[in-house]
Design a protein around this ligand. Structure first.
Ligand code: PLP
Length: 427
């Protein structure tokens, strides 16, 4: 009998991301320059570093045996303690003052698994998540799959605008929906897609706002600092999490994907105490613990300073690539073109704003001409939630992560040529 499958509601909502289709197209055409994929630089992947750490781990029989066995659901205790020590140092806290937090740190399969778990634990259909507009589009998909709503908060050079956040909270309250607001999501450093960070002087007040508006139920802040460590100057503001003195308001999610290797798939979060058990209960159903071998490997890599040296080298390399891309934009998009872009102080993204009449979206003229010219970008509308207003369609995300210098220059030239062809603007 040929009966059709009946899928769950969550499966029906989790439509395949359009990015997958675009990436497929880019990879299947060797002449295409992709300024779209948010991958990390192939040239700087830590091959020797990882080989040395693997040899050391596998050369130590008891450690190797532990690493190749199942681990705990929460993750390798030694690594969790080490990460908490690092957090203490990076937040300027006294030695030992965060010690009990290793029990609240959960290691996951990339930070993406943590984002998904948190959505599973916290969101029911109809619940509300407040997000930067624009934001990390994969998280928008996660929220959508839960049947929850993402509502965008306007941003400026300093990231999420707190006056806009308060205004949106006020509107939600007036509609009687405040009790449905579960999370405020911020990508605090070098946001994907804009490259911009949440200003230092907004971090404490953001926590205060979350507290003040938690009249109906506790509103949590999810601080996704996936690009932490990649600030070119090497100096970063204290986390949003550090302003949460009660440690019950902010979830701090981090990852080794951007500063080391996404192939290792290791991320983690420090959770408010009452979230740990629910997250672990669901994680147990996912995988009863992320790859134990990788956690053992990371313990070795983090031990002797080679990680710091690697990240320093990455910062140097990404800063140089950022400069190449910005210079190419200046050269190929003349001042008369009306195109603007961010000049990020870290991370791997540049955000372009075209004149309002330019449609950068899929099926639009610019995308079509760009593909014909042999360059790909991420259409900006994908990074906006559908509320409170329809996504603008005149932005594009470019990345300088993977392309080599000549590809950054040539890719930018092709994009400018596509733009000129569509809009007959001299560039
Ligand atoms: C803002 C942000 N958060 C989270 C992730 C997930 O990264 P991973 O699962 O590799 O840790 C990404 C990946 O690109 C990202 O850009």
């Amino acid at each position: 009998m040929n009966s059709s499958l009946k899928f769950s509601a969550i499966s029906a909502r989790a439509s395949e991301s359009p990015i997958g289709e675009m990436m497929h197209r880019a990879l299947s055409d060797p002449k295409m320059i992709s300024l779209a994929a948010g991958f990390v630089d192939n040239e700087t992947l830590p091959i020797e570093l990882t080989a040395r750490a693997a040899a050391e781990l596998l050369g130590d029989r008891p450690a190797a045996t532990r690493a190749l066995q199942y681990g705990t659901n929460q993750g390798n205790e030694g690594l969790r303690e080490h990460l908490i020590d690092r957090l203490e140092r990076s937040e300027g806290a006294a030695k030992g003052s965060f010690a009990e937090l290793s029990g609240r740190l959960v290691l996951t399969q990339g930070s993406q698994q943590m984002l998904y778990l948190l959505a599973e634990v916290l969101l029911d259909p109809g619940d509300i998540v407040l997000v930067e507009a624009p934001t990390y589009f994969v998280f928008l998909d996660v929220v959508k799959a839960r049947g929850a709503r993402s509502i965008g908060i306007a941003c400026d050079e300093g990231g999420m605008r707190l006056d806009a956040l308060e205004a949106v909270l006020g509107e939600i309250d007036a509609r009687g929906e405040l009790g449905r607001v579960k999370l405020i999501y911020t990508v605090s450093e070098h946001n994907n897609p804009t490259g911009l960070s949440l200003a230092d002087d907004r971090r404490g007040p953001l926590v205060e706002i979350a507290k003040r508006w938690s009249r109906r139920s506790r509103i949590l802040i999810l601080e996704d600092s996936a690009y932490r460590g990649l600030t070119f100057s090497g100096t970063e503001p204290a986390s949003v999490w550090s302003h949460d003195s009660d440690r019950d308001r902010v979830i701090l999610a981090r990852t080794f994907s951007k500063t080391l290797s996404p192939g290792l798939r290791c991320g983690y979060a420090v959770l408010p105490e009452d979230l740990v058990a629910p997250v672990l209960a669901l994680k147990g159903s996912h995988d009863f613990g992320s790859a134990h071998f990788i956690q053992g490997l990371l313990e070795v890599i983090l031990r002797d300073g080679s990680y710091e040296r690697h990240v320093e080298e990455l910062r140097r390399s990404y800063r140089a690539k950022r400069d190449v891309m910005i210079q190419a934009l200046e050269e190929h998009f003349g001042t008369g073109s009306g195109v603007r872009w961010t000049n990020p102080a870290g991370g791997i993204y540049v955000w372009l704003t075209f004149p309002a009449e330019v449609d950068t979206g899929r099926g639009g003229l610019l995308m079509e001409r760009s593909l014909a010219e042999g360059v790909m970008y991420v259409p900006g509308d994908l990074a906006y939630p559908r509320e409170p207003i329809d996504p603008p369609r005149n932005h594009a995300r470019l990345t300088f992560g993977v392309p080599r210098d000549f590809e950054l220059v040539e890719g930018t030239r092709r994009l400018a040529a596509a733009f000129a062809e569509c809009f007959a603007i001299p560039v």
